[in-house]
Ligand binder design. Structure first.
Ligand code: SAM
Ligand code: SF4
Ligand code: SF4
Length: 368
């Protein structure tokens, strides 16, 4: 079986080839909209269909790959609380996106379950009648909130969990929370009907790569959908180094040696996650290879921070302020439309060519 994944030492050369191919094949302006102009399409013909809505930039964890404790302070100091969007403002922004063709909203953060009365926001968002309303959480507070979230209209949940042994979990989260809390949260979510629960696992070389197999075994036996995520160079605080990326190829090989797998073909081109199925029939898993096999050409996501800044890419150097025009009664749709039509972001495909000093938002401000 040949699977087109690359190891770390070949990342840069493969990326240069991919970039050359991309530049050769990418039209500068593409118009592929329906007669109504929806869904909006950007310069690379990517539709605007997904919204990541951050409801806070605070978190009770300090995962070093996201909010390293030593770098907090000036870099990611929470801004004035009064600037944060209230529920009504968040819903008005989400509503503008839905009117422009967005069909999926993911609530994120920071840790979204820290936002007081989150279920109330979920209820308000569920009235927008999107196809998918879901949430990403670290799971530590899920047990106590799952029932209210489901009753409010939440349909799916993704829980981030990077290890199953306490020392590695503590290292990956830099928190005193025990894994039991997260597992109880997952259990409660399932009992409340939030199936299938998806699990996100960031894999960092030398830190939790030994957890790849235990996590696979657990997900297989529990019937959970596990997605491995390559460690990304998001933000400016995590001190990312390419050699710390445990690549998709390495993850897949490790699992394949234990339980043979085969790729699952998907209709998406290129799909966000590469999917694999176990040949013994005991489930599937995904790998998000943002570094070794970027999927910018399939990126249909806009991200809005809890302060109302719109980012067309995880690596965009600035966000478009939607809060001020919203508070002045201005129509948001023309602003979003203009930004999306001008969008040409494909950072992950260009990574090695982008200056390392260019600014970018922290993951905790705009979600994953
Ligand atoms: N606090 C919630 C959580 O952890 O699920 C939601 C926000 S968190 C920023 C969203 C996702 O981003 C998580 O699955 C997390 O693992 C992922 N993430 C954060 N930093 C990352 C990095 N440097 N590389 C890859 N994924 C990252
Ligand atoms: Fe918090 Fe999620 Fe970032 Fe970890 S990944 S620090 S849980 S926001
Ligand atoms: Fe999307 Fe930007 Fe990530 Fe590419 S780098 S997949 S455009 S968020």
């Amino acid at each position: 079986m040949s699977i087109a994944l690359v190891s770390t030492d070949r990342l840069l050369s493969r990326r240069s080839v991919a970039l050359a191919q991309l530049l050769a094949s990418t039209p500068s302006v593409v118009s592929a909209e329906s007669p109504q102009g929806l869904p909006l399409r950007d310069r690379l013909a990517r539709p605007l269909t997904d919204l990541r809505l951050s409801v806070t930039d605070r978190c009770n964890f300090r995962c070093p790959y996201c909010m390293p404790r030593s770098k907090l302070g000036p870099v990611v100091a929470p801004m004035q609380r009064s600037r944060m969007l209230d529920f009504d403002e968040l819903v008005r922004i989400a509503s503008a996106f839905v009117e422009l063709g967005v069909t999926k909203i993911r609530i994120t953060g920071g840790e979204p379950l820290l936002r007081r009365d989150l279920a109330q926001l979920v209820k308000m968002l569920s009235s927008l009648s999107v196809d998918d309303l879901c949430l990403t959480t670290n799971g530590s507070l899920l047990k106590g909130q799952a029932r209210a979230l489901v009753d409010a209209g939440l349909r799916r949940v993704t829980v981030s969990l990077d290890a199953l042994d306490e020392p590695t979990f503590r290292r990956m989260t830099d928190s005193q929370t025990s894994i039991a809390k997260v597992l109880e949260g997952i259990d409660m979510a399932r009992r409340c009907g939030l199936e299938p629960v998806k699990i996100n696992m960031v894999v960092q070389r030398g830190v939790n790569e030994h957890s790849v197999l235990p996590m696979a075994q657990w997900a297989r036996s529990e019937g959970l959908e596990l997605r491995y995520i390559e460690y990304m160079d998001v933000g400016r605080t995590n001190g990312w180094r390419e050699e710390d990326v445990f690549t998709a190829a390495e993850i897949r090989d490790k699992i394949h040696q234990q339980w043979p797998v085969e790729p699952v073909e998907t209709a998406d081109t290129p799909a966000t996650a590469q999917r694999f199925r176990y040949r013994d029939g005991q489930g599937e898993f995904g790998i998000i290879a943002s570094v070794s096999r970027p999927f910018c050409r399939g990126c249909t996501r806009a991200r809005v921070s809890s302060y109302g800044e719109l980012y067309p890419c995880l690596f965009a150097s600035t966000g478009l302020d939607l809060a001020t025009p919203l508070r002045h009664g201005q129509e948001l749709r023309p602003l979003i439309t203009k930004l999306w039509r001008q969008r040409g972001d494909r950072y992950s495909e260009l990574r090695s060519d982008v200056p390392s000093y260019s600014p970018r938002p922290e993951m905790s401000a705009i979600g994953g």
